[in-house]
Design a protein around this ligand. Sequence first.
Ligand SMILES: Nc1ncnc2c1ncn2[C@@H]1O[C@H](COP(=O)(O)OP(=O)(O)OP(=O)(O)O)[C@@H](O)[C@H]1O
Ligand SMILES: [Mg+2]
Length: 504
Amino acid sequence: MSVTDVSKTFVSTRALDRVDFDVRAGEVHALIGHNGSGKSTLVKVLAGFHKPDADSGPFTVEGKKLPYGDPEAVHRAGLRFIHQELGLLDELSLLENLRLGDRYLTGRGWRVRWGAERRRAAAALAIVGLDLDPDVKVADLTPIERTQVAVARAMQDEDAVRLVLLDEPTATLPSSEVTKLFELIRRMTAHGVGIVYVSHRLEEIEEIADRVTVLREGRVVGTGPRSEFDNARLVSLIVGSTAGEALPAAAREATQVHGEASLLDFQAVTAGELRQADFVIRTGEIVGVAGLAGSGVHDIPGVLLGRVPVESGHVVVAGRVIDDPDPAKLRPLGAAVLPSPRHLKGIPELTIRENVTLADLRPLTRGWNLDLRRERREAAAIVERFDVKPREPEKPLAELSGGNQQKVAVAKWLRIEPDLLVLDEPTQGVDVGAKAEILDLVASAAAEGLAVVLCSSDLDDLEAVCSRVLVIRGGRVATELTGEQINRKTITEECYRSEKARVS
Ligand SMILES: Nc1ncnc2c1ncn2[C@@H]1O[C@H](COP(=O)(O)OP(=O)(O)OP(=O)(O)O)[C@@H](O)[C@H]1O
Ligand SMILES: [Mg+2]
């Protein structure tokens, strides 16, 4: 597959600028670049979702020329996509999602052969190791399962597949699932299938890619065999001339000192996967929470968001016992929760400005009127501070790249200056530069007394800013790491440590 000289101009943004890109049979070609550099746009042009500018060069698959903007032709040519937004329909069942845009198997009289359809769906799910009832609604799946379903959909009818394009497939996956996905990718490449792999995680690129292409501001700034690009070179290409180790070192010192007031106290909480979980978070500390899939890590924000019911135990926020917590009950107590990117990214139709100020409009209102000038000023300052691109508060959120939407989400909650902030995967899908900026802002807020719970599968994040890391295993806080113990290796070992070995 190759495209030459592709450009894509949205009203004011040149998202792709004369890009050449090709993928060979049986190779993994990584596509990387900072938030908003044009990766998803390129993938969507190839998918036929966006039509590129008229002066773009040809698009060919195995020597045959394909029209732009024709998703069906692309599908017939054997290209399959796992988009950043996954493209699953919540209200439909697994089976319906797997067959989306395709024909059902029919018998005599065009009757759908549901038995055969179910078997086919089960076979597709088996590719990714999922054993779920095909009639389950997608809305009822966990984020991990949703990604798996999207992968299964792309990989089904394997014989027809020539090229699979994955746009940040691992953003919601814990490392054990990433390993499985990589096995699947290797199986596909062994059969001659080409893979385009978009990710911000450089260690994944190192492991899986044969070639890399780096985009910056819509242009290809580097391309070649992976072996010619070490991490330092990749980072400098991604970030541009001002390369650098971007994680905030000074911030960590600041978070060491903390007060005594307990802002969040889980007392023997059983909820979701949590089993009598106990921990206390105090003023000014940044406490990391780590654990494998199914350990219960994400049930902590889940409980606070009211998404996971508390079966027993107590949740105490700022000294008050809160039965059945939800954001509305937490807000008056000075606590805010940022859901994981897959759950909520704000309201796409509203502008950046409206999304940022949505969490609290009170400082902006006089009587019944919203002080629009003040809101504009505040939104402009936030866009500047968080380096949201484009720096145009009046753009609808939907037009931002995934990582920039995430920056807006974090900005929204820091703006209201809570006493306690619970973050669920705040840097997911965020590029290296923006990640450092987000962590830096969180750390400086903590230096001023904000208590932070950082649930993250990104070990670098935990290493960079946490003063303590709680490792959740089997639904409880199994280990607490401090000081020198807070490093990638120890955290990973603790996450994987077997409970049985410990008991014996
Ligand atoms: N539908 C759209 N309308 C207008 N502008 C858009 C639209 N989609 C993307 N853009 C703009 O095009 C540029 C490239 O965005 P794209 O989504 O391709 O980035 P990305 O490299 O995938 O970033 P991320 O890593 O954050 O997902 C951005 O400036 C974005 O704001
Ligand atoms: Mg993207």
